[in-house]
Structure formats: C-alpha cells, structure tokens
Design a protein around this ligand. Sequence first.
Ligand code: FAD
Ligand code: DLZ
Length: 509
Amino acid sequence: MPRLALVTGDQLSPALASLRAITPGRDHVLMAELADEAGYVPHHVKKIALIFSAMRHFAGELEQAGQRVYYHSFDPDSRIRSFSDAIEMHCREHDIDEIVLTRPGEWRVFDEFGRLEKRLGVPVHVLEDERFVSTPDEFAEWAGDRAQLRMEFFYRRMRRKTGLLMSEDGEPEGGQWNFDADNRRKWKGEPKSARPMSFAPDATTQAVLDLVDRRIDSFGRLDGFDFAVTRAQARRALGHFVKTALPWFGDYQDALPDDEDFLFHSRLSAYLNIGLLDPLEVCRAVEAAWRAGDVPLNAAEGYIRQIIGWREFVRGIYWLKMPEYADENFLGGDKDLPEWYWSGETGMRCLQRAIENTRNNAYAHHIQRLMVTGNFGLLLGVRPKELCDWYLAVYADAFEWVELPNTLGMVLFGDGGLLASKPYAASGKYIQRMGDHCANCRYAVTERTGHDACPFNALYWDFLMRNEDSLGGNPRMRMMYRNVERLAPADKAAITRRANWIRENVEAL
Ligand code: FAD
Ligand code: DLZ
C-alpha cells in the first residue's frame, strides 16, 4: 500500500523531508488549496495568489519528476476545508498505510497534525523541517533556562555552525561579528535605489489571479502581481538582488525614505518562507559576492545576520514558547487596532505610506514594520492579538513562526524582554532622522502637544510614563527615564491630555 506525503503551501521544496521519505511513482503526494487556510486571517490577496500559483507550479514539477500528485484546487464551497479533511478524504478513496508530514510553520497546524492519527487510524509521522540552519531541539538546548535570549549570541553560534563569513582560523571575517554600527545611514537619493525583480504572470498564475479575483474577498490589491512563483524565478530574483541592491543593503538598511517601497531590501522573504529559496543558498550567494569583492563586508554580514541570525532566532523562540507565547501581554495592551491599519486612510504620512506599500505589494520593509506600524501600535497600547493578526494577514511572507515573535516580542515587548532587551519605542524624532516622511506630513514632528503635533510624540512620552512600573528598572531604558524625570509637571499633564485625546480620537488622525 502507498504512503501519503502532504505538502503544504509553504513547503514547496524538492528536498522537503516528507518528499524524501516517499518513493516516486509508488507513493502519493497530496496538495490542497483550502478554504480554512485561505481564510484563517484575511490574507492579502497577493499572498493567496502567490501561494496558489507557486503550489500549482510545484505540483507540476513534482509530476515531471515522477511523483503521483493529487491536487485539490480551490473551491470555497467544497466540503474539504482543512488539511485534515483533505487527508481523510484521500485515505477514504485510496488504501494508504502511512502518512508522512513535515513540521508545519504554525502551531495551530502542528496541533491539527498531532490529532490526525487518532482521527484516521493510520500511522502519522511528523518529520523535522530541515530547511533551517537550526532545529527547535538545538535552540532549546542553547536557550537552557536563560531568562533572556539574545540574538547576537545565537547568531555567532550559527556563524560557527555554517562557517559563513568565518576565516580559516575560525575567527569572524573582518575581526568583528557584527557591523551594525555602520548601517544607520539616511538615504538622500544616491546611490539610485534598486527594485526587486518583477515577473509577468504566466498562464498558470493568470488562472490563479482570475480565481482569487472572482472567489476571494480579502485585504489588498491584486493588480500588479509580479512575484516569482517557481524556484528558477526565485533564484533569478536572488541573483538580481545580489547585483543591484546588496552592495548598499547595510548602509541604508534602516532608512525610511518617503517615496521608496523597497529601497535596497531584497523582497526575498516570501520566497524563503514558502520554500522556493533555501536560506543557506541565499547566504552562500551573498558571501560569494563579498569574497569576489563585489560587495562590502558590512552589507554581506548585515544581510547574512538577518537570515541565520534573526530568522533562525525568532523561529527558535516560537517553537520554544508556543502555544502560551501567543497569549502573552506584558504591557497590558487593550486598545483596538485602528480601522485605518486596513485602509491606510490617515494623515500621518509615515503610517499612510507604510500601509499603502502593504496594500499594494503585500510588503513593507523591516523599518516600516518595526518603527512605523509596529511602533505606533506599541505606543497606542493595542491588544497584541489584534496587531499580530494584522501582520499575519497583510504580508506575503507572513507565517506565524516568524510573524508572532517579531510582532509580539520585538514590537510589543509582550514577552517582557525574552526576545528584545528593551521596547523599540520611539518618538517622531526617530522617523524624522531616518527619512523624509515628516517633511511631507500634515503633523509637526517638532511639536509634542497641541492639535497639529506629531501623534508619535505625546504617545511616546505617555508610553514611558504609563509603563514606568514595568520598564523603569530596565538598565537599557535608564536614559529615557532620566529624560522623563526632567519633564516639568505641567508638561507631563499636557502630554497625558494629548495622549488621551489621541487614544479617544485615533480613528480621526
Ligand atoms: P530584507 O530586509 O532584504 O532582509 C533579508 C532577509 O532577512 C529577509 O528576507 C528575511 O528572511 C530575513 N529577516 C530580516 N529580518 C528578520 C526578522 N526580524 N525576522 C525574521 N527574518 C528576518 N519576516 C517574515 O519573513 N515574515 C513575517 O511574517 C514577518 N513579520 C514581521 C512583523 C514585524 C512586526 C516585524 C518588525 C518584522 C517582521 N518580519 C517578518 C521580519 C522582516 O521585517 C521581514 O523579513 C522583511 O521585511 C522582509 O523583507 P525583505 O525580504 O526585503 O527583507
Ligand atoms: C497561507 C496559505 C494559504 C493562503 N492557503 C493555503 C492553501 O490553500 N493550502 C496550503 O497547503 N497552504 C496554504 N497556506 C499556507 C498554510 O497556511 C501554511 O502551510 C500553514 O500556515 C502551516 O505552516
């Protein structure tokens, strides 16, 4: 009797553990476009189109390689709504003696997989996802019982493990592990910005775009879809990035220019997360460009750190701490997410531009996510679950293993400092320093209170004052609290009044 391997929409890699565990031609591969997966949050329509199109292309490639693929196309009225439904139906129609799965990217699906064997009465094996540098077990062993986990130390371990940017005598190239201090430049129009490689939809993608347009009513704009949908295309996008943007990635990584959606960022995250690219192949391409003298070390190191450092680190935290992690709320956020996070209709220029980028492209670069939409949510005191669900929905690269620690841990400090040593809270001054949104905004970044003052300013000071009991003892916030102490009582009262007004009238900002 055949075995059955399920391949989910973010497991589109030929070397996937469950695919290696089956025999082509004899065993079965199941792939399914599912209403539950398309609807558990209001995913951006471009994200859905990317996943469906990449799944269809991948199914074709597997068939060409001799696999027997059973593919369930999207039908919102189908009785098959979930992975379990699809597997159960397949087992009913075929004699399957064993099911092999690869660890999924989200706890809710992991939990669902854990219940399958009982539901079906067929042995179910969940194999480790080997498309990462580290494993949940390795991370747990490293984490031990430390109260705080710091990316930098885990990153060094990953550098040693992979040998990336290491010299022959085992030292970090350039004599330093981290060149972040060189990476804080404001971009002033030069060098000219790059654009991620764009791909015209082929017939398969066009059919998916028509399907999504007709049958799925969700967030975002579908027009202008230009994502890579095959591994071959994603590899071209990687080569294009290395050539056109990587040399300046480090210098301008934190920049916030008003009229740029991508600047020197790679837009490779979605390809990595659905399996079209492998993290090590990306890092090796970046390292090779440095060794060839085509890019400076601060760019190569900065980029590789994002992937074998941050990406691996947040995944480690996710599997270490779930499912309880999703409910943490250290700062007690209890406010609704403003409606304009979905529409982008706000007069705050930085937020309007970040949300516009999000709506148009299912993308925003890291500083928009962290210091604009994230920072505002933190300062306002939004309920973590609402902000997390927003991030999970709106980005093409969003899967909970990577989204949740970034939003709940890095942005909202919801885990009380497990992931980040302090909240990334910042006033409008930071946004002004890193770009030119403020010059195009109707609010005055130089004002703290008053009707036209940049709302980030009063919210920032109010955030510090409101959370003094929780954050005042944090050594990394000492300077911030020293500045709070210097405020006159009348200034503090004016800040509180303005912040209260903002919270009550947030929809009108
Ligand atoms: P680049 O700037 O070119 O960076 C290179 C690569 O490094 C990315 O492709 C990504 O794979 C990796 N990377 C960089 N920063 C991080 C990070 N903090 N965590 C994990 N990987 C990182 N990334 C996701 O892939 N999916 C998400 O759902 C996601 N949600 C986020 C939510 C918030 C609130 C924040 C602050 C960050 C989030 N990130 C997420 C991390 C980061 O913002 C994106 O990976 C990045 O913006 C993707 O664009 P890019 O490919 O152009 O990245
Ligand atoms: C995100 C997504 C969407 C929108 N649709 C599907 C789908 O129809 N079929 C599928 O196999 N996967 C889809 N995905 C990705 C899954 O949500 C993802 O595999 C789970 O979150 C587990 O990681």
